[in-house]
Design a protein around this ligand. Structure first.
Ligand code: COA
Length: 213
C-alpha cells in the first residue's frame, strides 16, 4: 500500500509549550521531526528559525524558473537582500514558515502563512525544489502550516495562484472548504476556510453548536 507520508519519527523537542501551540515570538514550540516520504526518502521538518536566511537561499537554489514564477508570480532570477530578509522574518504567530530539509542539509521545501494586517486571515504559499516533487512534501508542509495557523487564530487562508496551477489548487483545497474565484488576468484567488476543519471539532460537537463541519 502506498501512503502519502508513511511515518513520522519525533527526533527532538526543542521548545517549551505544547505541540501545536503557535507560540508568540522566538522559536516555534513544537519539535523538529524526521518524516519518511512516500518513496522512503527522509526529510527533517522544522519551523524556520527567525533570520535563517541561509535556509531561504538553499531552498531558492533548488527552484527552477517555472517553479519560481509559480511561487512569486514574477520571473525572479535571484532573491534580493530585502526579499530574503522578509522571507526569514518569521515570528511563529503572525508569520510562520515550515521547512523540509534533506539529509545533506539542503532545504527542499518551504510552506508559510503570513497574517494579513492583524486579521483572522493569512496568505499561504508553498514551493518545493524541482528534484523533490511528487513525494508528498507540499501536502505535509501545508498540513502543518494550516495547523499552526489555526492555533494562532487564523480562520481563513488565501492565495493568489496561476489559474493553471491545478496541482497547488488541489493541494490547498484539501485543507478545508475552498472557493476559487477570478483575480487578475491569468490568476485566481483561492480561499480556504480553516474553521470547519478544526481537528478538535468532532461532527457531533460541531452539530451541537450549530456550525457546519
Ligand atoms: C505545487 C507544489 C508545491 C507541489 O509540491 P509537491 O511536493 O510535489 O506536492 P505533493 O507531492 O505533496 O503533491 C503533488 C500532487 O501532484 C501529483 N503529481 C503527479 N505528478 C507529479 C509531478 N511530476 N510532480 C509533482 N506532483 C505530481 C502528486 O501525485 C500529488 O497528488 P496526490 O497527493 O493526489 O498524490 C510544487 O509543484 C511547486 O513548488 N510548484 C511551484 C510553486 C507553486 O506553484 N506554489 C504555489 C503558490 S501558492
Amino acid at each position: 500500500m502506498i501512503t502519502r507520508v508513511a511515518d513520522e519519527v519525533a527526533l527532538a523537542s526543542t521548545g517549551a509549550g505544547s505541540a501545536g501551540s503557535a507560540g508568540c515570538g522566538g522559536r516555534a514550540a513544537d519539535a523538529q521531526q524526521e518524516v519518511v516520504l512516500r518513496d522512503g526518502l527522509r526529510v527533517v521538518v522544522r519551523p524556520l528559525d527567525a533570520g535563517d536566511e541561509a535556509a531561504i537561499v538553499s531552498w531558492f537554489a533548488g527552484l527552477g524558473a517555472e517553479t519560481r514564477y509559480a511561487r512569486f508570480l514574477a520571473p525572479l532570477e535571484r532573491l534580493d537582500r530585502r526579499t530574503r530578509s522578509e522571507l526569514a522574518r518569521v515570528d511563529h504567530f503572525d508569520h510562520e514558515a515550515i521547512a523540509a530539509v534533506a539529509p545533506d542539509g539542503t532545504t527542499v521545501g518551504i510552506a508559510r502563512y503570513i497574517r494579513i494586517a492583524r486579521r483572522r486571515s493569512a496568505e499561504v504559499a508553498v514551493a518545493v525544489a524541482d528534484d523533490w516533487r511528487g513525494r508528498g512534501i507540499a501536502s505535509m508542509l501545508l498540513d502543518r502550516v494550516a495547523a499552526r495557523a489555526r492555533a494562532a487564530g487564523v480562520e481563513q487562508l488565501t492565495a493568489i495562484c496561476l489559474a493553471t496551477n491545478y496541482t497547488v489548487i488541489r493541494l490547498l483545497s484539501r485543507l478545508g472548504p475552498t472557493t476559487v474565484g477570478p483575480s487578475d488576468a491569468g490568476l485566481v484567488d483561492v480561499r480556504i476556510d480553516l474553521m470547519s476543519t478544526r481537528p478538535d471539532r468532532s461532527p457531533s460537537r460541531a452539530a451541537s453548536d450549530g456550525r457546519r463541519d
